[in-house]
Design a protein around this ligand. Structure first.
Ligand code: MN
Ligand code: MN
Length: 479
């Protein structure tokens, strides 16, 4: 059917080009024709983001960073807050957190505008009994966390981040490998000269999970040829510096992540390269959107979840009652304690599931259907459903909600595009959306496209980062 406006029945007849201009949905590059001032804004925003990435290499560090930034912006930990406070920070187990900006406690039953991202990321975790000696070298065993291509993690400098909790409850923070003078760690690979058999293996088997062992030393204690003298020496060094013993590895969360900071990528510096951008890019954009929000009459929330990369389970993931607890605590701060209002607030909320998508990589274009895949630099991705094989295991957003959200984005000039993860029946992926939708609220996936997702060096467009921020802000302002 031809639309009445374009049918030529009224006024002058449009030519095909004019008609296309009027009717066709066009994608637009975030760099195309922008002013020098707009480019400066994009670049400056990316500088803040890189700092955030460098300060937030684990979910615990991310919570600490968010807490610090929020405090500077007038947020108070809920334990210290009174009814008069309108900006609240909620910390769950040190690995998940929530920011809430309350404009009107009387409107709680109307729900919140919420954006939710995750701050955990694929990496290598130390096992509970990690340390061993082989061929007069000491190693630490790891168990990888999340979906990684294991071969990407060998022969690169790795840093160790995390905490060790002693039996007496004392918590020791560990960061090794980030300062210029620090040693780093690494996982070795086989030299090509002797890799004939290895090179015949499938990518899944080239480096196997049990081969992901971290090189940590080779000097024996007192130079005695006793067995385990190297292991003992490593334990001594850890004990001297941090005061923990081998059994304490059991109650530790020590992660190996790529050493070094986020970097600009490309001669024109249009990209950011870093580990952990899934999903800290959405976490940062959402946090900044909330903090930069002009005075609003809406109750708005930003949630930062843990454990998304391993299925959102556990008491800090989206598939727990963390969101419900958070909302109950927020309402409780203002004297609203009945469960019915908590449930009503949840049901009436609107939620953007803020997680990354895959950008089209020309080297691997065969896995996507280009009309419905994300173009790098073309703005934030609006993903109506995730899942795989007939949208299985996804929470598909209702058309009405998608219309509201896109209207808000358009109103504020946030550049957006639709994106599905891959061709139909070519795999897929999930987000936290379906867990949040269980409360009855409207949920839509909106996030940034990445290249090399889940790798030690993920790449994002600075324009996409900026428009992700603009999009979340528009949602908070207008939905
Ligand atoms: Mn993610
Ligand atoms: Mn992921």
């Amino acid at each position: 059917m031809v639309s009445k406006k374009g049918s030529g029945k009224t006024g002058k007849q449009l030519d095909a080009k004019q008609l296309a201009e009027k009717l066709c949905n066009k994608k637009k590059s975030g760099w195309d024709g922008i002013t020098a001032a707009a480019e400066r804004d994009i670049m400056a925003f990316a500088e803040d983001y890189k700092r955030f990435l460098d300060d937030s290499k684990t979910e615990r560090e991310a919570v600490a960073t968010i807490g610090r930034i929020a405090r500077r912006s007038g947020y108070r930990p809920i334990g210290e807050a009174t009814k008069k406070d309108t900006k609240l920070f909620l910390n769950f187990h040190g690995v998940s957190c929530v920011l809430a900006s309350i404009a009107d406690p009387k409107k709680f039953a109307n729900g919140f505008l919420m954006v939710g991202a995750h701050i955990d990321t694929p990496r290598l975790d130390l096992k509970g009994a990690p340390l061993y000696e082989a061929e007069d070298m000491a190693y630490l065993k790891t168990h990888y966390y999340g979906g990684i291509k294991k071969y990407q993690w060998v022969t690169r400098p790795l840093a160790m981040h995390g905490v060790v909790v002693l039996e007496n409850g004392k918590k020791i923070d560990v960061v090794i490998g980030e300062d210029e003078g620090d040693p780093v760690f690494t996982i070795n690979d086989l030299l090509p000269h002797l890799a004939q058999d290895q090179m015949e293996k499938s990518a899944r088997k080239v480096i196997e999970g049990e081969n992901l062992n971290i090189l940590v030393g080779s000097i024996p204690y007192n130079f005695k040829p006793e067995s385990s003298a190297i292991k003992v020496n490593i334990l001594k060094m850890l004990h001297d510096k941090y005061g923990f013993v081998e059994e304490d590895f059991v109650s530790a969360e020590l992660q190996l992540v790529p050493a070094g900071g986020a970097r600009d990528v490309g001669l024109d510096r249009s990209f950011i390269g870093s580990h952990g951008q899934d999903d800290r890019i959405c976490a940062f954009a959402g946090m900044r959107a909330l903090l930069d929000l002009p005075k609003s009459d809406k109750n708005v929330v930003m949630v930062f979840f843990d454990k998304e990369e391993i299925g959102s389970k556990g008491n800090a993931g989206a598939n727990s009652n963390l969101l419900e607890l958070a909302v109950a605590e927020i309402l409780g701060n203002y004297g609203v304690t009945d469960y019915a209002t908590v449930l009503k607030a949840l049901r009436n909320s609107k939620f953007l599931s803020a997680d990354v998508n895959a950008g089209i990589d020309p080297e691997w274009a065969g896995v996507v259907e280009k009309m419905n895949a994300a173009k790098i630099g073309y703005g934030v991705c609006l993903t109506k459903f995730t899942g795989s094989g007939g949208k299985s295991n996804s929470s598909e957003a209702h058309a009405e909600f998608v219309a509201q959200v896109r209207k808000a984005f358009n109103k504020d000039g946030a550049l957006w595009q639709t994106a599905e993860l891959g061709k139909v029946d070519h795999g897929g992926g999930g987000t936290i959306a379906m867990y949040i939708a269980e409360y009855g609220m409207d949920v839509l996936d909106v996030g940034t496209a990445l290249l090399s997702m889940h790798s030690p060096f993920e790449v994002a467009s600075k324009a996409d980062l900026y428009h992700t921020y603009k999009a979340y802000k528009a949602f908070y302002k207008y939905c």
